[in-house]
Design a protein around this ligand. Structure first.
Ligand code: KIV
Length: 272
């Protein structure tokens, strides 16, 4: 139990694994500061992510590439103070895990600031890094599918894994990362069927964003959930504040409820 929270036991990677086994869905949300972390964790969100999406929604860049390890560390410090018992994950930003030594050094910075898990973008090439981190006590979330740090290589924010061979490759590489010790897989922007097949193929929990309703958990960006981002948003984004008379707390509660009931994302917010 955290010092602050009396309402629920602290969420750990074991809690998420147990929820997957029980078929119970969990809700995740980005949080970059004290107030958003406080509100989201109090609303029952299980996982908070200090995502490198902060490069766009906090700093106003057009991608996450300019974000540094110092930026993430600062926002982990802020979010940690507001968190009430959620698992606090943090992104290793672009080029902060270019080598195994850099991965260990930078992951240690985020863990010392209060993160409980680090997230890295990529596939099987991250197996050795994942092994090194987990063996040294740092839980890893492997982010696959659309990986925004590789946006220039991917050629745009496009649905991934539509081609059956590409979809199978994602599943195969996720299994390699699970074998290497990854505690969670996050899959972004893939057809709903692939999200479902991946989730059923994995022992570890799978969090989806734009991957359909069948993943074990769902994640959204705070600013998207509240309709705050002025730029173009993806099909999977839903504004939970719109029309909600209970304000931000109401929007958060509605998001948690819809995720847990498997109602979000619906067909309108998923890819066929
Ligand atoms: O950086 C981020 O916020 C993310 C989520 C969109 C999954 O990676």
């Amino acid at each position: 139990m955290s010092i602050q929270s009396q309402s629920r036991p602290d969420i750990t990677i074991n809690t998420l694994a147990q929820m997957k086994r029980a078929g119970e869905k969990f809700a995740c949300l980005t949080a970059y500061d004290y107030c958003s972390a406080h509100a989201a964790s109090e609303a029952g969100i299980e996982v908070l992510l200090v995502g490198d999406s902060l490069g766009m929604v906090i700093q106003g860049h057009d991608s996450s590439l300019p974000v540094t390890i110092e930026d993430i560390a600062y926002h982990v410090r802020c979010a940690k103070r507001g968190n009430r018992g959620a698992l606090l994950a943090a992104d290793l930003p672009f080029m902060s895990y270019y080598s195994e030594t850099a991965s260990l050094k930078n992951a240690a910075i985020l863990m010392r600031e209060g993160a409980h898990m680090v997230k890295l973008e990529g596939g099987a090439w991250l197996a050795e890094t994942t092994r090194l981190l987990t063996e040294r006590g740092i839980p890893v979330c492997a982010h696959m599918g659309l990986t925004p740090q590789s946006i220039n290589h991917l050629g745009g924010y496009r649905v991934q894994g539509r081609d059956p061979a590409q979809g199978q490759a994602i599943i195969d590489e996720a299994k390699v990362l699970q074998q290497a010790g990854a505690s969670v897989i996050l899959i972004e922007c893939v057809p709903r069927t692939l999200g479902a097949t991946l989730t059923n193929s994995m022992d570890v929990p799978v969090i989806g964003i734009g991957a359909g309703a069948d993943t074990d958990g769902q994640i959204l960006v705070w600013h998207d959930l509240l309709g705050l981002y002025p730029g173009k948003t993806a099909k999977f984004v839903k504004n939970f504040l719109e029309g909600n008379t209970a304000g931000i707390q109401g929007a958060l509660a509605e998001y948690v409820a819809q995720v847990k009931q498997g109602k979000f994302p619906d067909a309108e917010h998923s890819y066929d």
